[in-house]
Design a protein around this ligand. Structure first.
Ligand code: CP
Length: 308
């Protein structure tokens, strides 16, 4: 297995380690839910994981919580915006250091770009898992997406993932840039020019959604992240234009091959990046992604506590 303490970005792994991770996730996926719950807890039963969420989350938070419980690890949750001393002026750094001083065995952190997780990793003894870090990366989401593609489409190396919408603010998209190189699938972006990133490495861009859909074997719609938009972006983005050119609906999805899959990392804004009718499409695997998230995060919790 790889030798590192914390998991902050996907390029820490080599492809063979990701295959090991996927194999562990497969073992959870292929067990019945009852037998999965009853599996031996690998000596992790006295372990504590502190989940520190400085930003809102439904899927990541609860899937990590479920992953911990299924591994016999006790989750300790700080929903920092709702109920923490941030309200009294405590900094994000001090919050993490104080939680770490309670000696949890694992820290699972979601934060914005203002917290430096690499720096925090040097200051705390427990391993840290990145549960979504500003616009920098959401490596476990990219892993569960790739794992979902692998389950439905079998051979990742011949897959082509089209990521559509607010790419520039998407930590999921940035994590796929890294992960696609490791696992050998192709990615391309499609979105309005002011929502596409300026990249050091070239990524294929489709300005026309229909052409992109004809190319893809998997398509992933992204939410417009209004909370991260600058004033100039807010002025420049017309919702009607965005919907006309980049929203997924039944009509445009006729361009997507019949054995392709339709994904979304969640949360979905119905009627913005995706029309509700799309969720009735047999190619939709959005809730399968959520299921994959528990298996992948459970495998990561196990690996982190055993020492990556
Ligand atoms: N995809 C994702 O990270 O969802 P949450 O923000 O609900 O965790």
């Amino acid at each position: 297995m790889p030798q590192f303490k914390s998991f902050l970005e996907n390029q820490q792994f080599e492809a063979r380690h990701l295959e090991q991770l996927f194999s562990i996730a497969d073992s959870f996926a292929n067990s019945s839910s009852e037998s999965t719950k009853q599996q031996q807890a690998h000596g992790l039963s006295k372990k504590i994981a502190a989940l520190i969420f400085f930003e809102a989350s439904t899927r990541t938070r609860l899937s990590f919580e479920s992953a911990c419980v299924q591994e016999g690890v006790h989750p300790m949750l700080l929903d920092a915006n709702a109920s923490s001393s941030l309200k009294k002026g405590e900094s994000l750094e001090d919050t993490v250091l104080n939680v770490a001083a309670m000696d949890p065995d694992l820290l699972i952190i979601r934060c914005d770009d203002s917290l430096d997780l690499q720096a925090m990793d040097k200051l705390v003894a427990a391993p840290i898992l990145n549960a979504g870090w500003g616009t920098k990366g959401h490596p476990t989401q990219a892993l569960l997406d790739a794992y979902t593609i692998r389950r439905f489409r079998k051979n990742l190396k011949s897959e082509r993932l089209l990521i559509v919408g607010d790419v520039v603010h998407s930590r999921v998209a940035s994590s796929h840039i890294q992960l696609s190189k490791l696992l050998g699938y192709e990615i391309a972006f499609c979105g309005p020019e002011n929502l596409l990133p300026t990249l050091r490495e070239p990524v294929q861009i489709f300005s026309d959604l229909k052409t992109g859909l004809q190319w893809a074997t998997a398509v992933m719609a992204l939410r417009l992240q209004n909370e991260r938009h600058s004033d100039s972006q807010k002025e420049a983005i017309s919702l009607a234009d965005f919907r006309k050119h980049y929203a997924l609906n039944t009509q445009v999805l006729k361009q997507l091959r019949s054995d392709a899959i339709i994904m979304h990392p969640g949360p979905i804004n119905h009627g913005v990046e995706l029309d509700s009718e799309v969720l009735g499409d047999p190619r939709n695997v959005v809730l399968q992604q959520v299921r994959s998230g528990v298996w992948i995060r459970r495998a990561l919790v196990r690996m982190a506590l055993a020492g990556f």
